[in-house]
Design a protein around this ligand. Structure first.
Ligand SMILES: Cc1ncc(COP(=O)(O)O)c(C=O)c1O
Length: 455
């Protein structure tokens, strides 16, 4: 398996040819899923005692299996939170794999960790968090949120009165599902401020004031810097004031919206993020990195280190003076880690931060353009004004089934992937359509064509 022979050379050529071809496509085929049984009948057994050979396995992937996936960078993939990694970042993902670097400790990964830290310093500068704020790259927003919340909980537990107490966190209905899921992982309760709109200082304060004896269990507040559903940014300055008054850890989940910190047109909306104890930003969402790349930043990295640094006789050498340096494993939940910040670093180094500002502004402009086109269309209506790069709108007269059938029909035709979502109303929820723009290659014509398909 580790021998270099002619088969290995041929496999290399196949893989590199495929990669070049895929990276240079601007309008990749919009694949769609097949059932597992269908895929099985198309490819047969792939893992066998003797192996099926690299050439055959690659053929199956290239000709069958990858076609049953949706390219997240398709310009008309406007569902969920899409992505559009730069070509420089994708190429460097290949280099990251080829370089086989262990990214946990400086002793083994110094040169690579140096690059990650260059990119991280830029992310930190976008937040405006003062020194010594710093962070690490994680596998995504969920892992970043988890790492931050563990640091918050462990800091709170330093007080002996909290030793055997089950913690309670406060967030809003608009927070991402990962906050609810990670509350389960760390076995704390979660209280929701009842709004999918902006969480305000007064609503948060009122929620805390109404708690009674439960107040003693509250250790953190999670605000959102760009909700997944609608791009809404909580009143971060107001939440910061409450957290400072109440002595609570202030976490900002800007996994999706964090990229917009680079955009001058909306930067003011994030006022207050610089006062956070921790911030999540996902470069694999709006900072054009390939999957997977999240980031968590701490106001006081020492608190994260106290919560996360692992100990073991086999790890002692990494803490030795001779191996001195920044150890990413000390600041998040993972030990062995890929240097997943490297593609971002290379792309930033290649293009410069101004290009990033431009590309993020493009997503915001596309949302504004979509808003205008929707307003001018007799059959369509905005549910709320576009926020960051998210647009919620309704097709007058449509039922939830109409939205679902329309999504499937467009996907089936290989034309677009735009999915419905729900928006809270006075009497429950309404099914509506949603755009999320990330890819600067999406055009006004793409939006017009998608809207036309609703007529
Ligand atoms: C606001 C927010 N937080 C967290 C996440 C989870 O991030 P990931 O999927 O990278 O774990 C998402 C994903 O869309 C998100 O939008």
């Amino acid at each position: 398996m580790h021998v270099i022979d002619i088969e290995m050379v041929e496999m290399t050529l196949d893989v590199v040819k495929y990669a070049i071809n895929r990276i240079t496509q601007t309008n990749p085929e919009l694949g769609k899923p097949k059932t597992e049984a269908e895929l099985r009948s198309l490819v047969g057994e792939t893992v066998t005692n003797r192996g099926i050979g690299g050439e055959r396995a690659f053929e199956l992937f290239r000709d069958v299996l990858v076609k049953a996936t949706v390219p997240i960078d398709h310009p008309r993939h406007l569902a969920f939170v899409p992505a559009a990694p730069t070509r420089a970042a994708i190429l460097f993902d290949l280099v990251t794999s080829a370089s086989s670097i262990h990214g946990a400790y400086w002793m083994e990964g110094a040169g690579g960790i140096f690059c990650e830290n260059e990119a991280m310093a830029w992310l930190v500068s976008l937040t405006g968090m003062p020194a010594p704020a710093f962070g690490v790259f994680t596998s995504g927003g969920t892992a970043a949120n988890l790492s931050a919340l563990v640091a918050a909980r462990e800091t709170w537990r330093k007080d002996p009165r909290n030793k055997n107490v089950k913690g309670l966190m406060i967030t809003s209905v608009g927070a991402h599902s990962s906050i609810k899921a990670m509350a389960k992982v760390i076995d704390v309760d979660l209280l929701l401020v009842d709004t999918e709109d902006e969480m305000t200082e007064s609503a948060l304060q009122a929620t805390i004031n109404a708690l009674g004896p439960e107040r003693a269990r509250v250790f953190a507040v999670v605000a959102t810097g760009g909700t997944t559903n609608a791009g809404i940014i909580d009143d971060l300055s107001g939440v910061a004031r409450v957290c400072e008054r109440e002595n609570l850890w202030f976490h900002v989940d800007a996994a999706y919206g964090g990229g917009a910190l680079a955009a001058k047109s909306v930067r003011h909306l994030f006022q207050g993020i610089e006062r956070a104890d921790s911030v999540t930003i996902d470069p694999h969402k709006w900072l054009f990195s390939p999957y997977d790349c999240g980031a968590v930043i701490y106001k006081n990295p020492e608190l994260a280190k106290e919560a996360h640094a692992q100990e073991g006789s086999y790890l002692e050498i990494f803490k030795d003076e001779g191996a001195h340096g920044f150890n990413p494993s000390d600041y998040q939940i993972q030990l062995t880690r890929r240097l997943r910040g490297l593609p971002l670093w290379y792309s930033l180094a290649t293009h410069g931060t101004e290009k990033y500002e431009w590309a993020v502004e493009e997503g915001i402009k596309l949302a504004q353009t979509a808003g205008k086109l929707i307003t001018a269309h007799p059959l369509l209506e905005l549910v709320r004004p576009p926020s960051l790069s998210c647009v919620l709108y309704r097709r007058k007269g449509w039922t939830p089934e109409d939205y679902r059938n329309w999504t499937y029909a467009n996907h089936e035709a290989g034309f677009a992937l735009v999915a419905p979502t729900k928006w809270k109303t006075a009497n429950g929820t309404e099914t509506v359509s949603r755009f999320c723009f990330i890819n600067p290659d999406t055009t006004e014509e793409d939006i017009i064509a998608v809207l036309k398909s609703m007529e």
